[in-house]
Ligand binder design. Structure first.
Ligand SMILES: CC(C)(COP(=O)(O)OP(=O)(O)OC[C@H]1O[C@@H](n2cnc3c(N)ncnc32)[C@H](O)[C@@H]1OP(=O)(O)O)[C@@H](O)C(=O)NCCC(=O)NCCS
Length: 215
């Protein structure tokens, strides 16, 4: 019985934070899965999915997610949490016994570019970046810089291929997804969902031009 009230309180806090997060993010469809500092997370337009963000309060802990990002279920972002390894023990003596607020370090901000798709249960560690247009495979661990338009899988992660060749990717990179309203996306929907070949600069240019003119 003793555990019921704290459990209820915890769930109420998360539910109330979820509503607060939604109110502050009308431009996207992300959902807060746990409690995190909303000042440490910024998400661009139209991105969707659950945000499970683990934070320890270090100054450099930050998560920046671009526009049109798809986040599958179970994805976790670790903004820090690295215990100190160059001491006699990795145990957080400072926090546990010396009244310190923080014993863990972060490798820096996490950035996720526009048009990234993160597969189910992926884990993204501090200091990582996922380049625009990249795909992260289910259950992959990201602990590095994933290049733009790469398909990156596994643990340790590796690039298995690129979605497009360099020229096609360069042209697609010119699309400012964050500037496209829901109305524009609806109007551009046919073009945006038409297949583009691996080496297909002309199709890429057709889409980029249409996006630039907001058709
Ligand atoms: C990455 C993914 C998109 C496939 O991309 P792909 O370019 O078609 O890759 P392939 O299937 O050709 O696989 C290429 C290689 O990566 C490996 N691979 C694919 N996905 C992997 C994953 N998630 N973890 C580890 N290895 C993976 C394959 O075994 C293959 O290995 P090999 O080259 O040694 O044979 C897909 O496997 C995946 O993980 N999808 C996520 C689905 C998901 O989470 N959906 C949630 C709803 S949003």
């Amino acid at each position: 019985m003793g555990g019921l009230f704290p459990d209820f309180l915890g769930r109420w806090r998360v539910a109330s934070f979820r509503r607060k997060w939604r109110r502050a993010n009308p431009h996207n469809e992300t959902q807060a899965i746990n409690l995190f500092d909303p000042n440490r997370v910024r998400v661009g337009p139209h991105s969707y999915g659950g945000l499970q963000v683990e934070s320890w309060g270090g100054a450099e802990e930050f998560l920046e997610i671009g526009a049109l990002v798809s986040i599958a279920g179970g994805v976790k972002f670790l903004l820090g949490g690295n215990h100190l390894m160059d001491r006699a023990t990795t145990y957080p003596i400072g926090v546990k016994f010396l009244g310190a607020e923080l014993d863990a370090t972060s490798k820096g901000k996490i950035t996720v570019g526009d048009d990234v798709w993160i597969g189910m249960d992926a884990l993204v560690l501090s200091g990582s970046s996922v380049g625009r247009g990249a795909v992260i495979g289910a259950r992959s661990v990201v602990a590095c810089a994933v290049p733009p338009y790469a398909v990156f899988v596994g643990n340790p992660g590796r690039v298995v291929r690129y979605r497009f060749d360099a020229e096609t990717a360069r042209i697609l990179s010119g699309i400012d997804f964050s500037a496209l309203s829901a109305d524009s996306l609806r109007k551009l929907g046919r073009l945006l969902t038409a297949p583009i070949g691996f080496s297909d600069p002309s199709s890429a240019a057709e889409v980029a031009d249409a996006c630039a003119s907001g058709l």
